[in-house]
Design a protein around this ligand. Structure first.
Ligand code: XMP
Length: 536
């Protein structure tokens, strides 16, 4: 396995993704792990990520644990990782006069084992060139003893360096991002040939290992899991059920703010098809009661979170033998919460992160902790969950509670659920056709079949305002529904989706005709930022 040390780059997770794409297991840890940790980890190679700091600002800027250089395994430094490496091994780093961000063409010096025969094109003078994504202010100015030049640009004469005797390599550019065309090949070369790792990270083996690990962890104990119908908790349930069968009990809380037929779908899928123990709790009145009269978005979120814990706790309390609480925590959640307190301030409180463990006297079982989202999806498919469920758009924990603006009422939730289902239905029914000349859009190799696949998140929002309309011979005075559809990689920034007008027209007609109480449909054309994806 490969150890990745994180110096705070935005794209560190991508390094782990690329290494796993090459079939090799890898994990990300903060750069300040101890030397002892590094020695005991058992890495076949170490990758040092980029980061926002500058090594020339002094010794208190991040440094690589000394043990990394003494392990005798290959090391690859990227961007800041390269600069820290150069600094610590006796080279010199300078503040570059010209900053470089984005696309660059780098001359590849192919005499090293890492870059040999890897290039995008050859110049008339016969130099191999790489198309890369560069980002630097500082740069290495003097090679450390033992290193030779591996890559260069006019602005950055040392864009790559190597000490092949010690198997240490470094790049100023980012091989982990897709804009670096040969990045995948470079990382595969590093882990396979330089580190000697085999491609053995695949789903069937992973399932076998994960099942064994869960069995060992819980023994004969009982496990409970809050099943929401979302991808992560569903895949966790399927995996744990595969491992321990009836020792797992899932609790599905219907708070009245779920999508149309969600409860029915969850019961069919898990209880009937997979034979999982699922307790369905109807807590609609309890939630609606507590939400009555509350219109502040954060207050609504807090109430929904609190009531969820409350309901779950009562149910857990009944299961005297339950020793474990299973959660669908995935790897990005783990990395995120391990961040060193430098996270941006909370714009919205996400209630389903944390909360449960402290109030319940249960141990945590988190079998998806090592997986990225698309790996969770692959796992779900491999475990027999339907494609459409595994590739569903994300749905927020507070559900329709944040999509009914202002005070939540059951009547509003019922209208919204139906409007939303029509929107989703039309998105799924409308084929996605690529614009002429556009390159194929996919999510990790899965082509978009329809507009549901081609959007990252799409839903309807209930606006508690009435407007005038005509229907038949009569005047109507009814509520408004807004449609929201966005495309995004990471949900931090998003574009509004340019849905075909005909699709929008069909959705509008159907909602107004089929959902009594709605006489106007509008489309949200705001990006994030400045708007958020949800309306509250
Ligand atoms: P925003 O609205 O902040 O949403 O642009 C970004 C992503 O987060 C989801 N979201 C939530 N998820 N609890 C959740 O579990 C919440 O309170 C919550 N608020 C927003 C949102 O659906 C989108 O995918």
């Amino acid at each position: 396995k490969i150890l990745i040390l994180d110096f705070g780059s935005q794209v560190t997770q991508l390094i782990a993704r690329r290494v796993r794409d090459a079939g090799v297991f890898s994990e990300v840890y903060p750069y300040d792990v101890s030397d002892e940790f590094v020695r005991n980890y058992g890495a076949a190679g170490v990758i040092l990520s980029g980061g926002p700091n500058s090594v020339i600002e002094g010794d208190d800027t991040p440094r690589v644990p000394q043990a990394v250089f003494e392990l005798g395994v290959p090391v690859l430094g990227i961007c800041y990782g390269m600069q820290a490496m150069a600094e610590q091994l006796g080279g010199k780093v300078e503040n570059g006069k010209v900053r470089e961000f984005g696309y660059a063409e780098v001359r590849a010096h192919g005499h090293t084992a890492l870059l040999k025969d890897i290039s995008d094109f050859t110049t008339p003078e016969g130099h191999g060139m790489l198309k890369v994504w560069m980002s630097h202010g500082d740069k290495v100015d003097e090679l450390p003893p033992g290193f030779k030049l591996m890559a260069s640009t006019p602005n950055c004469p040392i864009a790559g360096m190597a000490d092949e005797a010690r198997r240490m390599y470094a790049f100023q550019f980012h091989p982990e991002v897709t804009h670096t065309v040969q990045g995948k090949a470079i990382i595969a070369r590093f882990v396979h040939e330089i580190c000697g790792c085999k491609s053995d990270w695949n789903m069937p083996d992973y399932i076998a290992e994960a099942v064994e690990k869960i069995r060992q962890q819980v023994g004969t104990d009982e496990v409970i899991l809050g099943l929401s119908g979302g991808v992560d908790s569903s895949v966790a349930a399927a995996l744990i059920h595969r491992a321990i069968g009836d020792q797992l009990t899932c609790v599905f809380v219907d708070h009245g703010l779920l999508r149309l037929d969600e409860g029915k779908m969850v019961m069919e899928m898990f209880a009937e098809n997979l034979g999982v123990n699922v307790i369905r709790i109807d807590a609609v009145d309890q939630f609606m009661g507590h939400l009555a009269g509350v219109s502040d978005p954060e207050a609504k979120r807090k109430i929904i979170g609190r009531e969820f814990v409350e309901v779950f706790q009562v149910e857990a309390g009944k299961r005297k033998n339950a020793k474990w609480l299973a959660q669908g925590t995935i790897y990005p959640d783990v990395i995120e919460s391990a961040g060193k307190g430098k996270k941006g301030h909370t714009i919205k409180s996400h209630h389903n992160v944390g909360g449960l463990p402290e109030t319940l006297n249960l141990q945590l079982l988190e079998p998806l902790r090592e997986l990225f989202k698309d790996e969770v999806r692959q796992l779900g498919v491999a475990l027999g969950l339907p494609h459409d469920m595994v590739y569903r758009h994300p749905f927020p924990g507070p559900g329709l509670g944040v999509r009914i603006l202002g005070e939540v009422k059951k009547e509003f939730a019922d209208l919204l659920r139906r409007a939303d289902a029509i929107f989703i239905d039309e998105l799924r029914k409308t084929p996605f056709v690529l614009a002429a000349g556009a390159s194929e859009a996919t999510d990790n190799g899965i082509p978009h079949r329809n507009w549901y696949d081609a959007t990252s998140q799409a839903f309807a929002v209930f606006l508690p305002v009435k407007s005038v309309g005509v229907m038949g011979d009569g005047r109507t005075y009814e509520y408004v529904v807004a449609l929201r559809a966005v495309q995004t990689q990471d949900f931090m920034t998003a574009h509004w989706a340019h849905l075909p007008h005909e699709l929008l027209g069909n959705v509008s007609n159907r909602i107004i005709n089929e959902v009594r109480g709605i006489n106007r449909v509008v489309y949200d054309i705001s990006g994030k930022p400045p708007a958020t994806i949800e309306w509250e």
